[in-house]
Design a protein around this ligand. Structure first.
Ligand code: SAM
Length: 364
């Protein structure tokens, strides 16, 4: 998928896999800041049951969609997956929320001409999202199918968005891709079902037990994902929030992450790792992040045996040319924290298949 996501580990996944190792019977690989879900997907491919969590609905939808199998996305009532996609591509454009707020039509409604999408593409996004919602309400598609279609819509709108990588703001000049007609595509689905639990909520509320392998990939810069991906969140929720400012941000401060503040990041991370029950924790971090690697090592060593493994350079997304030329390659590290047995483990017996998985709301 052509998903432009800050901090995605897609380019490092082959190196991270080596630290995940084979699954433990009954245990979960817990991707507690799942983002795109590329790491959870790799763990699932190794045979792990996976638990995905993020404080953004859009992230959990994207991550969950990666794990859906052919069997779970049969779209029986619509004549199959590709028929569902072609019906959405043919939906009659609607002048709805995306058109009103995120295309040049916004000039009339709020006095600011927002150029995230052409008017035609924005109206198509409105039509597609509303059709998915109608199918879901009518019971024509189930939760897994709905999640898959919303994630496919993310992919489609990313390809035509007039942005420089994130939805933090739109570009003043239209890019060539933004002029293309938006089109959803079928993705390759998994051939067999994976045992998945999905939650949307704060990382401190993610359940885990001693045998689980917890993977932490917190934000490491001041960039708040809730504001950088606000449009995806609105498409995920299918709501019509009051948006503000030139960029048209939905209210996002209730999702502001403590990991994005230099003054709070180390203490928050330490508190998080302290509170986990898992005996083994993997943590991704960058030497360009808020927490210096020596400080992190000193803090985590108080909790358990901590080893740091450089993963080499990552050609990560940079917001602009200046940032690209000024920065040296980012050095990503994987920190392995192992600690003695904490308390008797009780492996959760209730495994939820992806078809039935719950999107437990961590926020009201
Ligand atoms: C570095 S990204 C994870 C990238 C992911 N591993 C991947 O490969 O795509 C950090 C993620 O943490 C999420 N996040 C930030 N603060 C959080 C919190 N307090 N609780 C849960 N998720 C949080 C963000 O929404 C973002 O998706």
């Amino acid at each position: 998928m052509t998903f432009r996501y800050i901090g995605s580990k897609s380019r490092l996944i082959d190196q991270i896999i080596g630290y995940i190792g084979p699954p433990k019977k009954g245990a979960f690989f817990v991707d507690a800041f799942c983002g795109t879900g590329v790491v959870a997907e790799a763990a699932a491919a190794l045979g792990w049951n996976v638990r995905i969590n993020d404080n953004l609905h859009s992230a959990v939808i994207s991550a969950g969609a990666r794990l859906i199998s052919q069997e779970q996305a049969a779209f029986k009532k619509l004549g199959g997956y590709s028929k569902a996609i072609s019906t959405l591509n043919a939906a009659t454009p609607r002048h709805g929320f995306m058109w009103r707020e995120y295309s040049p039509a916004s000039l009339e409604s709020c006095g600011i001409e927002r150029r995230y999408f052409t008017e035609e593409n924005a109206a198509r996004i409105d039509a597609m999202r509303s059709q998915i919602g109608d199918w879901s309400q009518a019971g024509t598609i189930d939760e897994a199918e709905q999640r898959l279609l919303i994630a496919d819509l993310f992919g489609a709108l990313n390809r035509v968005a007039n942005i420089a990588g994130t939805f933090g703001c739109f570009l003043s000049k239209w890019t060539n891709q933004s002029q293309d007609k938006i089109a959803m595509r079928c993705r390759e689905l998994k051939s067999s079902s994976v045992c998945v639990e999905a939650t949307v909520g704060d990382v401190f509320d993610v359940s885990n037990c001693a045998q689980d392998l917890v993977y932490l990939d917190p934000p490491y810069t001041k960039r708040q994902y809730a504001s950088y991906y606000h449009i995806l969140e609105t498409v995920a929720l299918g709501d019509e929030p009051e948006v503000e400012g030139v960029a048209g941000l939905r209210p996002w401060k209730d999702r502001a992450s403590d990991f994005c503040y230099k003054t709070r990041a180390l203490q928050t991370l330490s508190r998080l790792v302290h509170g986990l029950k898992a005996e083994k924790v993997l943590l991704s971090y960058s030497s360009e992040g808020h927490i210096s690697m020596p400080d992190m090592k000193a803090e985590l060593s108080k909790i358990g045996k901590s080893t740091m493994h450089p993963l080499g350079a990552i050609g990560r997304y940079r917001p602009n040319k200046v940032a690209s030329s000024a920065a040296s390659d980012v050095n990503e590290f994987l920190v392995v924290v192992e600690r003695p047995f904490v308390q008797p483990s009780k492996v959760e017996s209730k495994f939820v298949k992806a078809t039935e998985s719950l999107l437990v709301e961590g926020y009201a």
